[in-house]
Ligand binder design. Structure first.
Ligand code: SF4
Length: 508
């Protein structure tokens, strides 16, 4: 599993300014990209354009820091922190859901007392999303426990679902927590967001420190509003070049994970910069950060910019302050990618770093396609899939193709937004014409397998191309199922042929 690009144990933690380069130094090195179009660098690199620098973000800092270090310094009320420091971190938002919420609540009550109150009823966000549309009694009971707790504690942000037969009758219900957090304005630059879910790192797309924690930690945060955290060192990923129109952010993160392996960023921050990253919309940036945990990353982070601020418009009235890595900030190591040289990828069974070119897998016969989850079930993901169906000129899918919008808002977008170049058709119309299954009720669906009656769960040992983020044995149900992780482009192309398919077969 070791990669030549993983820093060797003898690699010094930080590299001195003797070897420091600035961003312009990379332009020559980019001409020497090897076969994976990436290059390891040992240096500090120039920070992206600063939109705002205020004393509290940089002025009083004596030692340069990365974005993640700055956010953690602010949250721990320190002038500066260094990787490896253990600091009491004040939490801006704590999120939990139906799988981990009951356990976290139990620990909170055990340790703080039956009558204890949470530290801040407006900073706790509770989102039922995992095992929702099921008759499984234990799963339904979990949601009841959340509801009772939110009533007792007067939790302001509880996205409840009461009528399981018709999700649209539940105006409060959202769906997958990581997408709902963003859509409801809980993801804000410069803040600390903790959640009882490993993909809480998704929110790093907004330039905040966001990471997953366990139930015990969450129980403590519920009562204390803070947590002892170790400051991670940062890996910097510079992605430059115009994004080819057959690639999506999923391809970029599969490229990175394939490069550094599933252990390559263990307890490290992954910072994404460069012209390609700047060109991505917020949902694509979320895809990038969503999967940092598949490389072991503590968090992912992207510098906020006008794209971020535009997305946040009208979503939050809470003031926030962006921070950016200082020019002289020290990174554990860096990687550079020339995106124009990349090709559509998949992660073969049974690991997210089992990278292969989609075209190399064209003989892999599949039984089904799944488009959904916090990684690949956002509005832009369905738009991308629809684009491939449209480009096919009316072809029908060859295998069952399941569509699970992440949230109620995504579901509405699928049914209402016109797909560019379609003459006004919506995604849902295009999917129906292609013979896909009707878009399901928004939730985590079969991404995590779930109870036996979960929609699109793999109850047979089948082969699936999926836009989700994990392909471990049993992840989507049957232990002998085989999951090929892919972008929505590749998933849609594969649905049309019945084999793992490079989307360029339809998009060019
Ligand atoms: S969609 Fe999948 S990966 Fe995302 S939160 Fe739900 S179960 Fe986890």
């Amino acid at each position: 599993m070791a990669s030549s690009l993983v820093p060797s144990p003898s690699t010094s933690f930080f590299h001195t300014t003797k070897k420091d380069l600035n961003l312009s130094s990379f332009s020559s090195s980019s001409q020497r990209c090897h076969k994976h179009a990436s290059r390891k660098i040992y240096c500090s690199v120039a920070a992206p354009q600063q939109t705002q620098r205020t004393p509290s973000t940089t002025g009083s800092v004596k030692t340069a820091m990365t974005m993640t270090e700055k956010i953690m310094a602010r949250a721990s009320e320190k002038q500066q922190v260094r990787p490896g420091d253990n600091i009491w971190t004040n939490v801006d938002i704590l999120m939990t859901h139906d799988v981990c919420g009951p356990g976290s609540i139990g620990i909170f009550k055990k340790e703080f007392g039956e009558d204890a109150k949470v530290w801040d009823r407006e900073k706790v966000v509770i989102i039922p999303d995992h095992y929702i549309f099921t008759s499984d009694e234990r799963a339904n009971r979990n949601v009841d426990i959340l509801r009772d707790f939110c009533n007792e504690q007067d939790i302001k942000y509880f996205y409840d679902i009461k009528d399981l037969s018709n999700f649209k009758a539940n105006p409060d219900y959202k769906g997958v927590c990581h997408i709902a957090l963003a859509q409801e304005g809980h993801c804000r630059p410069g803040e600390v967001l903790l959640g009882t879910d490993s993909h809480t790192c998704t929110a790093g797309a907004f330039g905040q420190f966001a990471t997953g924690i366990g139930n015990t930690d969450a129980g403590f945060v519920l009562g204390a509003g803070k947590l002892l955290l170790k400051v991670p060192p940062t890996l910097r990923f510079v992605m430059d070049g115009e994004m080819p129109d057959y690639l999506l952010a999923k391809d970029l993160i599969l490229q990175i994970i394939g490069e550094i392996t599933v252990a390559g960023a263990t307890y490290k921050s992954m910072e994404f910069v460069g012209s390609t990253v700047e060109s991505l919309n917020m949902e694509e940036r979320m895809t990038l950060c969503n999967m940092v945990v598949e490389a072991g990353g503590k968090n992912g982070v992207i510098p906020p910019d006008s794209v971020t601020y535009k997305y946040l418009e009208g979503k939050t009235s809470v003031p926030y302050e962006s921070v950016y890595s200082d020019q002289q900030a020290r990174f554990l190591s860096g990687y550079r990618f020339d995106v124009t040289k990349l090709e559509p990828l998949v992660a073969k069974p049974h690991s997210p770093d089992n990278r292969a070119l989609a075209r190399e897998c064209k003989d892999v016969k599949i039984n089904r396609v799944y488009i959904g989850s916090c990684t690949g079930g956002k509005t832009e993901d369905f738009m991308a899939a629809a684009k491939v169906f449209l480009a096919s000129g009316g072809k029908k899918v060859k295998v069952p193709t399941f569509l699970v919008p992440a949230t109620q808002k995504v579901w509405m977008d699928v049914y209402s937004l016109p797909v560019p170049g379609s003459g006004g058709k919506t995604c849902s119309q295009i999917f129906e014409e292609a013979g896909c299954d009707t878009p399901a009720s928004p939730s985590c669906g079969a991404c995590l397998g779930g109870p036996k009656d979960t929609y699109a769960r793999m109850n047979e040992p089948q082969v699936c191309v999926s836009t989700t983020n994990r392909n471990f044995p049993g992840r989507m149900g049957h232990r002998e199922g085989e999951i090929y992780l892919a972008s929505p482009y590749t998933a849609a192309a594969s649905a049309l042929t019945g084999y793992v398919t490079d989307p360029r077969e339809f998009l060019q």
